[in-house]
Write a protein that binds this ligand. Structure first.
Ligand code: IVH
Length: 684
């Protein structure tokens, strides 16, 4: 049952004076918090919902009349407040560590043996608890009042999500002090998660509103917690359980069990499925019990966490790399089911990767209905020989996207055919290719609608065309409203089109227009990098810009010529050639050039000199030259250099210690020079 907050009618007449109001507000706040704690933390309410709502309305009326008297822990502060622009970073006083994993029973035994040996102790007490599958957060209380909360982030710095955490109904806004004193400064850590029912309800609402659904409760919790509008967070019924300490001043207990008791005394929600175990055997038994109970819980857990109970022994064991040596996460086995593949469908991602996805006869897998599973790539399909119509085993491993494990061959229908990823993109009809050395097929058309947002985001990024102000959100808005459909469209945008967008000030629109204009004069390597050709990163873009000097020259280069470039191998070369073969890409490049983007770079490779048309490879130890200076010399004289021998190479310059390159040169008939002979040729 869910309590809700609303204001209906006034209960006080005539109005109170300030003094009376202050005292009544204090009483009501304390009383409502007490009921809230009983309802949401202890699951043991003593008044009816109607009674609760009546008191809440009285409080809200008083708060409306005396807003200056609203207390920081008032239950009315849980409904969320106006949206914020973004989250501020927040540094954790003590880093939030991660946990080492035990994949099976043996690894739990190894963990126990290892730390007992270090501590020279025969038997250790452990506490085992569920590993909640949500998001790690930290809460800070100053003098008992909730004052800040943050995400785990990278463990060192998280994001300040205080406003959102404040809306969680089981999170105490003020700590209780009737059982034990409250430390002046207290940090605790815990997990925010979403129950299965609320997850399903949320997805139904998303569907009803034509919005994207969440893949699992964890993603839904993450999406809810990272809302800039805390009123949305407030509507999501997020749960929180506390399980660890950060910095706590003026407080000490001896064991993790005692710490849990302190947490409960202060009013924190603690998951009650924990157990004190003497030695590792009962830990393993409890882990198995948790695994068996997993399906009947109404929230996701993805394993167990076992912690050394004694805090002084925890201290002795300390930390290794980024996880404590006194704790371990016990993983559960992946959950599997048998179902049937109705069809296989190629799905195109933001990078152009084409992933085969199996449409399944829906099946329950660990509490979630699964109707689609990834087949990863063609090689995986071939290896497992998975076909349309097959009866298959599916699993959720680590609670990511479900995957097809294997086909049950006895049940294969007659006449089935091996599945092949189509040669044309299902979204744009562009060519779909798998390049040598790559696992995935890619749609080669960079204006493919499935890729367009990702492509534009990359193009405008700092390390590419560096168009300031052109963020993810703007790209999304522009594509969704049909204002841009390809990279080239960036250059035909008008200030009016930009200013028309939601929340775009005229000034920012002009700034963006200016940044777009400036990008036309960007260096060639930035443009090459911005095109997002497969395997052509920033460094290779610089190498190519230097060698070819213009996009036109790069587009004309043959695979052989590209491969004869130092640092460019066959895979990169093929990617470039395929890119320039795709007609849609050529149309796009023409548009970019027409828009005024046509950077040229003085090619470092001279058009004249002794080595024009000749290519060199260097190997072994050189006496006078180092590799770089030898390479520069060749290029300054119009030649080119490469890292490996192919039939396109004219000379191999080999110093002492030269290895396999010599043999390869002999096989391919490439002439071999000593360093002295090379110097003679170069006349240096
Ligand atoms: S203890 C030093 N206890 O698991 C370890 N973590 O992989 C402090 N988690 O980031 C964490 N349930 O978000 C602990 N009962 C539990 C947990 C738990 C889930 C998460 C937590 C942490 C991650 C570590």
């Amino acid at each position: 049952m869910e309590r809700f907050f609303f204001v209906a009618f006034r209960l006080h007449f005539p109005p109170m004076d300030q003094h009376q109001a202050s005292s009544r507000i204090r009483d009501l706040t304390a009383e409502l918090n007490e009921h809230n704690h009983r309802y949401y933390v202890l699951d043991n309410p003593i008044i009816s919902d109607a009674e609760y709502d009546k008191r809440l309305r009285e409080l809200q009326d008083l708060e409306t009349d005396f807003p200056e008297l609203i207390l920081p822990d008032s239950p009315s502060q849980r409904v969320g407040s106006l949206p914020i622009a973004g989250f501020e970073p927040l540094t954790h006083t003590i880093p939030m560590l991660s946990l080492a994993n035990a994949m099976d029973e043996q690894e739990l035994l190894d963990f126990d043996a290892r730390i007992r040996k270090d501590l020279e102790i025969d038997r250790l007490d452990y506490v085992i608890e569920p590993k909640l599958d949500g998001l790690g957060v930290e809460l800070v209380y100053i003098n008992g009042l909730f004052s800040a909360g943050s995400t785990r982030g990278d463990g060192f710095n998280g994001e300040n999500i205080t406003q959102n955490l404040r809306t969680l109904k089981s999170l105490p806004l003020r700590l209780r002090n009737n059982k034990r004193p409250i430390p002046p400064y207290l940090e605790v850590r815990g997990e925010v998660f979403l129950g299965h029912k609320d997850f399903e309800q949320l997805n139904q609402t998303q569907l009803d509103n034509d919005k994207q659904i969440f893949a699992n409760p964890r993603n839904a919790a993450a999406g809810s917690l990272r809302q800039l509008d805390s009123r949305i967070t407030s509507s999501r019924n997020l749960l929180i359980n506390i399980y660890a300490a950060g910095r706590i001043d003026d407080f000490s207990v001896d064991t993790h069990m005692d710490f849990f008791q302190a947490l409960k005394d202060w009013g924190f929600p603690v998951n009650d499925r924990y157990e004190l175990c003497s030695g590792i055997a009962p830990v393993i038994a409890f882990h198995k019990q948790l695994e068996a109970d997993r399906e009947s819980l109404n929230y996701d857990i993805d394993g167990s966490v076992t912690k050394v109970n004694s805090l002084s022994l925890q201290d002795q064991l300390g930390i290794r790399s980024r996880s404590p040596r006194w704790a371990i996460a016990g993983k559960f086995k992946a959950r599997q089911e048998v179902t049937k593949i109705l069809s296989i469908e190629p799905s195109v991602g933001r990078t152009g990767a084409v992933t085969p996805v199996a449409n399944l006869e829906p099946v329950h897998l660990g509490g979630v209905m699964v109707a689609r599973a990834t087949l990863h790539n063609q090689a995986e399909i071939d290896r497992k020989d998975i076909r349309e119509g097959d009866t298959v085993v599916v699993q959720r491993a680590g609670d990511v996207i479900p995957e097809v494990v294997k086909a049950i061959l006895d049940k294969r229908p007659p006449g089935s055919q091996p599945y092949l990823i189509p040669e044309r993109c299902p979204v744009c009809q562009g060519h779909v290719l798998r390049l040598e050395g790559e696992a995935k097929h890619y749609c080669q058309n960079i204006s493919c609608p499935a890729q367009i947002k990702g492509r534009i985001e990359h193009f405008v990024a700092k390390r590419c065309l560096d168009i300031d102000g052109f963020g993810t959100k703007l790209v999304s808005q522009l594509v969704d409203t049909g204002r841009i459909n390809s990279i080239a469209d960036i250059y035909s945008l008008t200030a009016e089109q930009l200013a028309d967008l939601d929340r775009m000030a005229e000034k920012s629109a002009l700034n963006i227009m200016e940044a777009v204009e400036t990008s036309k004069t960007a260096d060639l390597w930035r443009l090459i990098h911005g095109l997002g050709i497969r395997n052509v990163g920033e460094h290779i873009s610089k190498v190519l810009a230097k060698k070819y000097g213009s996009l036109r020259a790069l587009g004309k280069a043959s695979a052989d010529d590209l491969e004869a470039t130092h640092e460019v191998g066959p895979i990169v070369a093929r990617g470039i050639v395929e890119f320039f073969k795709e007609t849609d890409n050529l149309t796009l490049l023409t548009k970019l050039v027409d828009a005024g983007l046509n950077p040229e770079q003085d090619s470092a490779i001279s058009k004249e000199g002794k080595f024009v048309g000749l290519s060199f490879v260097f190997t072994g130890k050189l006496e006078i030259f180092n590799r770089d200076s030898a390479r520069e010399l060749v290029e300054s004289q119009g030649g080119s250099t490469a890292a490996s021998i192919s039939k396109n190479i004219d000379y191999l310059v080999a110093g002492p210690g030269a290895g396999s390159k010599l043999e390869k040169a002999a096989k391919l008939g490439v002439q071999v020079l000593t360093e002295a002979e090379f110097r003679e040729m170069a006349e240096v």
